[in-house]
Ligand binder design. Structure first.
Ligand SMILES: [Fe+2]
Length: 444
């Protein structure tokens, strides 16, 4: 099933439901929407006996396939369906325009009902949770991601009222994230390394946290340590809330006064964390204080004579730099993941801890998931799963040498020696995130 067909169907369903309120039965506009719904349904049901739209954990599934794009795009429709107590809608071949009009009417609450033995069946739930869950990893992590964002927004608000950060809530947030990260490290790495949003301190904090706990896990930290590391990484840039937004987002070269303002954020963050409630704030405060101090201690602020930065600060620094480099901002393009890794490697031993850099590169692979690569054939491939051996990776051709965009690419094993060049998404009009999340590509 193509992405476009499922997207068109969801869009048509939403429009048909909205139009029930807007136009009386038989109005041409309402009829157009229903025609569209019938047409898109026919495309889906074509060659099948039936299709099942399931709802679970804020995500849509068509048959067994998670619909990542539609789950984000049609959140309002998800809530409408849930509001009617629906877990699934089964549409059988032979569903007529009249049947679909009844469905739209029922969802729009115009008083109509759906016959129990018709071509459209509600809540038959042919797929159980465990059949769908295999595909759910990304959507579950997205859900935790959204919860973390809510938490950070709450912290930001409380800090403007001069309260400290709520460490207990931070621990809870990280535990939620951690559960998902430990369960599906591949999927969480994917989410934190694929960028579809503009730079925003809070997104950056969550990405840094997810990357940091993945590194922590790789070097053998236990669960309590991972939570401490995660809290430090999540709150590392908290002090930026107290730096004027015009300075944070200033697009040009900073003058001395602005630079001084920026350099205040590690201190501000550490103070806010120490002023907050909850246990374990000392380490989180240390991470906030040290994350720009550099491995060679030549950064800011000066951290005294201690030999080394805290391990969690050194991990957070690497993840902070990587996420900043790969994130698009209003005044700079995002670097491809592989280019960002190259910069990380160049700074190993000076700005960053070389041993941890090695761990970081081995986790992400030389070409991380989402990298776009021009091959020896001229085709452009997207990396789906980075190889841990430095030689091979799972990839799919997204654009052929002739310039044709492939809508349903087939995964294959790609060897590093076939890579000629890195390609920026904007150059070829591709969104690596949606390619990697494409339901055609079986990543598990
Ligand atoms: Fe920072």
């Amino acid at each position: 099933m193509s992405d476009k067909a499922t997207g068109d169907f969801m869009g048509a369903l939403r429009r048909a439901v909205a139009n029930v309120h807007l136009y009386p039965t038989g109005h041409p506009q309402g009829e157009v929407a229903l025609d569209m719904l019938a047409e898109t349904t026919a495309t889906l049901v074509d060659a099948e006996d039936s299709v099942v739209l399931s709802l679970m954990d804020n995500a849509f599934y068509l048959d067994r396939d998670l619909l990542p794009q539609a789950s984000l795009e049609y959140r309002d429709l998800y809530h409408v369906l849930r509001g009617h107590g629906l877990d699934s809608i089964t549409i059988m071949s032979g569903a007529t325009l009249g049947d679909l009009a009844e469905l739209a009417g029922f969802l729009a609450e115009d008083g109509s009902d759906i016959p129990a033995d018709g071509t459209i069946r509600l809540n038959e739930r042919p797929y159980n949770r465990s059949e769908l869950i295999k595909q759910a990893s990304l959507s579950e992590i997205r859900h935790s991601y959204a919860t973390s964002l809510d938490f950070l927004n709450g912290v930001a608000e409380s800090m403007t009222e001069d309260d400290g950060a709520d460490i207990t809530a931070a621990v809870w947030t990280v535990e939620q994230l951690l559960e998902k990260v430990l369960l599906q490290p591949g999927a969480s790495l994917l989410l934190s390394t694929l960028k579809t949003h503009d730079e925003y301190t809070f997104y950056h904090s969550i990405n840094t946290c997810m990357l940091a706990v993945t590194v922590g896990q790789a070097i053998g930290l236990d669960n309590d340590q991972l939570v401490q590391l995660g809290v430090g990484a999540l709150l590392h840039d908290l002090g930026k809330i107290r730096v004027p937004i015009e300075v944070i987002q200033y697009p040009g070269r900073l003058d001395d006064a602005m630079w001084k303002e920026i350099q205040r954020h590690p201190h501000e963050g550490a103070q806010a964390i120490l002023a907050g409630s909850g246990e374990g704030q000392e380490i989180a405060a240390l991470v906030a204080l040290e994350h720009h101090a550099r491995f060679d201690l030549a950064g800011y602020p000066t951290v005294g004579r201690r030999e080394r930065l805290h391990l969690y600060s050194r991990i957070t620094s690497i993840c902070d730099v990587y996420d900043a480099l790969t994130t698009r901002r209003s005044y700079k393009r995002a670097l491809p993941p592989a280019t960002a890794l190259k910069i990380i490697v160049e700074n190993a031993g000076s700005q960053l801890d070389p041993d941890l850099v090695q761990v970081f590169v081995s986790i992400l692979g030389i070409f991380p998931a989402g990298s776009l690569l021009r091959l020896d054939t001229g085709d452009i491939a997207v990396v789906l799963v980075a190889g841990q051996d430095g030689e091979t990776m799972q990839a799919a051709i997204a654009v052929t040498a002739a310039g044709e965009h492939l809508s349903a690419p087939e995964p294959f094993q790609l060897t590093v020696d076939r890579v000629r060049d890195l390609v920026l998404p904007d150059e070829v009009g591709l969104d690596p995130a949606s390619l990697v999340e494409s339901p055609h590509l079986n990543l598990t």
